[in-house]
Design a protein around this ligand. Structure first.
Ligand SMILES: Cc1ncc(C[n+]2csc(CCOP(=O)(O)OP(=O)(O)O)c2C)c(N)n1
Ligand SMILES: [Mg+2]
Length: 209
């Protein structure tokens, strides 16, 4: 790895209406309750969380998608885990891009009691970051990584889910987690964030050059 591949934990500045993901991963690590399973889709969550929290709290067991690698796959893996072990709490992290591949199933999952965090950065963010490295000489508008805005809270509610947005200052994270652990209905939490807040190195960059 090149020395500048590791940029981790420099002070992170983000827009005032966006969540600082470094603070988010650190704060949520104190809020897990046993027994929790957590699945990360192919998005910035599976890159960044592992950098911020290489050893997560013992109340939670994480499973990342880097071996499977199909966008959206974490929803199926997570709901399968919930069906197999209904007594466990099942959380899934997805990007807004990943969600587009599988959210047609939301209505059928409303009563399952799973929790989905959507990292809403209106971008195929992890691709953008890789392209900046491997296609540095290509104009960014040719990356085709922008995604249209989706009201995920409205979308989930229309599918009979509980749904709320995380506040940028994280002031409602604790109450959202309390609700996530007590809700019988499936619960979607939208995280408004920026695609360029990169907290971790993506090893795929090395093979994609
Ligand atoms: C089915 C499928 N298509 C394409 C890819 C390549 N790919 C990996 S991550 C990604 C973008 C993910 O975007 P998003 O879900 O919005 O997550 P973000 O990186 O923005 O957090 C793409 C296109 C893939 N892994 N699987
Ligand atoms: Mg995205």
């Amino acid at each position: 790895l090149a020395p500048d591949d590791f940029e981790k934990f420099k002070p992170q500045a983000v827009a005032s209406d966006k969540v600082n993901l470094l603070e988010f991963y650190q704060k949520i690590n104190k809020l897990w309750k046993k027994p929790t399973l957590c699945f990360e889709d192919v998005c910035t969550a599976y890159r960044d969380r592992q950098y911020v929290l290489p050893i997560p709290d013992k109340n939670v067991q994480f499973f990342s998608s880097q071996d499977g690698s199909a966008m959206g796959g974490a929803l199926g893996i997570g709901l399968g885990a919930k069906l197999a072990a209904p007594q466990k709490h099942c959380f899934i992290f997805m990007g807004d891009g990943c969600s587009r591949l599988v959210f047609g199933a939301l209505p059928e999952l409303a009563d399952l009691g799973i929790v989905v965090f959507v990292l809403n950065n209106q971008s195929l963010g992890i691709v953008d970051e890789v392209y900046q490295k491997i296609y540095a000489d290509v104009e960014q508008k040719k990356y085709h990584i922008k995604l249209a805005t989706v009201d995920f809270v409205g979308l989930a509610k229309a599918c009979s889910w509980e749904a709320e947005k995380l506040k940028p200052d994280l002031s409602n994270l604790e109450s959202l987690m309390d609700k996530a652990y007590s809700s019988k209905r499936s619960f979607l939490i939208e995280i408004p964030c920026e695609s360029f807040q990169s907290l971790g190195f993506n090893p795929r960059k090395l093979i994609l050059k």
